[in-house]
Design a protein around this ligand. Structure first.
Ligand SMILES: Cc1cc2nc3c(=O)[nH]c(=O)nc-3n(C[C@H](O)[C@H](O)[C@H](O)COP(=O)(O)OP(=O)(O)OC[C@H]3O[C@@H](n4cnc5c(N)ncnc54)[C@H](O)[C@@H]3O)c2cc1C
Length: 381
């Protein structure tokens, strides 16, 4: 059965309502392409999960957003970014559905005739699918005590914490930002499996070094988490086992890519490296024709990359020969408004490089093995 009221297959079905998926949806709406964005959480769920009042950075500085991008983005507080995307999504006329019922469980069929199974039991038909799945499955510890109530994986509002002993595990941007937001009013320690902060943005590294030097944050280096106890965390360092008292432990130890979901579609990572991402073509098409991958799921950990890729993928999927042959009503593909005609301009805005080379200097650890970088910290073993 198809979803009530759907008489024609959608031109593009977009899975994931983060920056990449919302950008694809807004661009499809603007081009008059029949589409839908399905998000199992809230609009921009990952950004909703950022700590309140977090400064959302607009990196890399040398990568412009497409000039006519339908979604606005500039550095600012989390709340302003969310408001801009909520308003932008509405203004563009994006057809977006949010909430657990809209989780996509399975995709069957082939290019031009996909059937998409939702959690509620409805099915949708679409000619092309853009997967903007991100990597929102948070890693968790499974050592003893990991389910104690003082062990958390998110920080919602730093303002809610005062005069507490707080330990942050993980030294990527997420962990560093949590520690910095808490250290003025609490006793904060940060647990680092190494000695430096190679995965964090330069700005965050700098701020953390200053906070450590000012003794606002206590830095445990070469440390591994052993277990959690009532109001404590036990780590092992080069000096041996250390017990740190803690009212709260915030573990920011990365997120898993949706590898199993992708494998069921026939899309596998480029290598056996656990951080490997699936390969895509110049047009973001995966090894399954008609299924496109954009954003963090292919290893682009920053919002500007995701916004640009979502926008670009609409152009590339709509410009496909199949679409031109079977969908004369697709406005984006008409000779006058064709996305192909606009494509060279779009490509130049992205430095005319392939998706895998669009990475900025700050997120350039991707290699031919297709390794993924993450905004989240590297796992502490
Ligand atoms: C704490 C933190 C702070 C960050 N700060 C910054 C920053 O300051 N600047 C910056 O540029 N980047 C930042 N990032 C990174 C940025 O958030 C990500 O790069 C970006 O959100 C990735 O966008 P995306 O659209 O690819 O995926 P996501 O934002 O992860 O969106 C994917 C969406 O898909 C949904 N989804 C997944 N599977 C399904 C399914 N089967 N069915 C339906 N929906 C599904 C998820 O619920 C999710 O909402 C930060 C990340 C974190 C964790």
């Amino acid at each position: 059965m198809t979803l009530t009221g759907q008489t024609e297959p959608l031109e593009i079905l977009i899975v994931g309502g983060g920056p990449a998926g919302l950008a694809a949806g807004a661009e499809a709406a603007r081009q008059g392409v029949p589409h839908i964005v399905l998000e199992r959480g809230e609009l921009a769920q990952v950004v909703v999960w950022y700590q309140k009042r977090k400064l959302v950075m607009s990196e890399p500085a040398d990568l412009p957003l497409h000039q006519d991008h339908p979604l606005k983005f500039q550095e600012g507080p989390r709340e302003a970014v969310l408001q801009a995307w909520t308003e932008g999504t509405k203004a563009a006329g994006t057809n977006v559905r949010t909430g657990p019922a809209n989780e996509v469980l399975a995709i069957e069929g082939s290019k031009g005739a996909f059937t998409i199974q939702l959690r509620v039991g409805n099915r949708l038909a679409a000619r092309h699918v853009i997967l903007a799945l991100g990597q929102s499955n948070l890693n968790r510890f499974d050592c003893p005590g990991a389910d104690l109530p003082h062990v958390a994986y998110q920080l919602s509002d730093p303002g809610e914490h005062e005069d507490q002993k707080i330990v942050v595990v993980g030294v990527g941007d997420a962990g560093i930002e949590n520690a910095l937001a808490l250290c003025n009013r609490n006793e904060v320690s940060i647990v680092n499996s190494g000695t430096e902060f190679p995965r964090a943005q330069a700005r965050n590294q700098d701020l953390l070094y200053r906070a450590i030097a000012a003794k606002q944050v206590l830095h445990y280096t070469n440390a591994q988490v052993k277990r959690f106890e009532e109001r404590a965390i036990i780590i092992v360092t080069n000096e041996g086992e250390v017990r740190i008292e803690a009212d709260l432990v915030i573990c920011r130890i990365g997120a898993r890519p949706p590898t199993e979901f992708l494998k069921r579609l026939g899309i596998t990572p480029a290598s056996k490296d656990p951080n490997a991402v699936p390969p895509v073509s110049e047009t973001y098409e995966s090894v399954v024709p008609g299924i496109y991958l954009v954003g963090a799921v292919i290893g682009y950990p920053l919002i500007k990359n995701c916004l640009n890729q979502g926008y670009e993928a609409v152009g590339t999927s709509c410009a496909s020969p199949l679409n031109r042959r079977t969908s004369p009503s697709c406005a984006a593909c008409s000779p006058t408004r064709g996305s192909r005609a606009r494509w060279p301009k779009i490509s130049r805005a992205s430095n005319a490089r392939s998706p895998s080379s669009l990475r900025s200097p700050t997120c350039s650890s991707e290699t031919s093995s297709g390794r993924r970088r993450s905004y989240a910290p590297s796992p502490v073993k």
